[in-house]
Write a new protein. Sequence first.
Length: 106
Amino acid sequence: MIFSFKPQSFINHLSEGTHEGTIQEISYIENAQMFWFKILVDQSIFTCSFSIQSPLFNNFALQYVDENGNFSTENLIGTKVQFVVKDLGEPEQVRSKVTALKAIEN
């Protein structure tokens, strides 16, 4: 069986500070209650996760609810966002956390 797969360039680490990108994909991991975002930044993909318990994520998600008040990812793909990255690890560990997230005008 031939499988069609288009490789993408992923960002290993973003420097601490403010960045902008476009949401390319959103996945929900039910058993972990986390959303994974793929954000296109300078032609490479940055991935980050958000717990549904996170105040940061909930404040962002409030902008994207359906008529029943549920978070809807339907209109998020292609949305331009600005986010702040904070380094968490030692120099030999690549770990960072998104500490701010907001949609911006295209």
